[in-house]
Design a protein around this ligand. Structure first.
Ligand SMILES: CC(C)(COP(=O)(O)OP(=O)(O)OC[C@H]1O[C@@H](n2cnc3c(N)ncnc32)[C@H](O)[C@@H]1OP(=O)(O)O)[C@@H](O)C(=O)NCCC(=O)NCCS
Length: 186
């Protein structure tokens, strides 16, 4: 395995929806580098498009700011992304962002891993790819002594995270501005 490779994954033998052949899928999972930023930005945009809560113009307009932010976070070692490939083709990705937190009783680490931008290319869906990425993210976090991993789940993502032990919490929010026209609740 190359130094960036996290693991090789052979998933369950089930035909992915809309995909080519069924049978087991082989993926390689590796840590992303700055060279993968265009892929991460593209997956982020496709994720928002699939979730469907923002108009497409606003989704596209966030590519540039997200690229700048992700590049800076990677440089500061606060963004750890995973890219899965199958036969050399990019099949999915996901990222952990080390989010700054206020110290609190029992947890004074200062940062907490937040999982974001999970995306599986449609032809590789339902073959265990997102599950493998989330497991790698949990392992990465546990190995560094973090006590939790947080995320905001889309409808498609919920069953993936629930199966891996994620639970709903009591975070709340007050919307202070009118929703963008065309934006659905998320
Ligand atoms: C959510 C997403 C990342 C899941 O990727 P995936 O690689 O297909 O997920 P997995 O194959 O690991 O799914 C594992 C299990 O989760 C459940 N699951 C996954 N997607 C599901 C869906 N759309 N509906 C119902 N259950 C689903 C199933 O139980 C599945 O196991 P099964 O296929 O044996 O039934 C993918 O659907 C996607 O990219 N969606 C669009 C973007 C998005 O919503 N990203 C998540 C943001 S939080």
């Amino acid at each position: 395995m190359s130094p960036q490779e996290v693991r090789r994954v052979v998933t369950k033998g089930r035909a992915p929806r809309g995909g080519a052949a069924g049978g087991r899928r082989r993926f390689r999972l590796r840590r992303a580098s700055a060279k993968d930023l265009p892929t991460l930005v593209r997956h982020r945009r496709l994720m928002w498009a699939d979730i469907g809560s923002y108009p497409s113009a606003s989704v596209e307009a966030s590519d540039g700011p997200y690229l700048e932010w992700a590049r800076r976070m990677m440089r500061e070692r606060r963004l750890v992304a995973f890219v899965a490939t199958s036969g050399g083709e990019v099949a999915g990705s996901g990222a952990l962002w080390l989010r700054e937190e206020q110290p609190r009783p029992g947890d004074n680490a200062g940062y907490a891993p937040y999982l974001l931008s999970m995306y599986t290319e449609p032809r590789y869906r339902r073959s265990g790819l997102a599950t493998a990425i989330v497991k790698a993210a949990i392992e990465w976090s546990r190995a560094r002594g973090y006590r939790k991993v947080e995320l905001h789940a889309s409808r498609d993502g919920r069953p993936v995270y629930e199966a891996l032990g994620f639970e709903r919490t009591w975070e709340m929010r007050a919307p202070l501005a009118r929703a963008e026209p065309g934006r659905a609740a998320h």
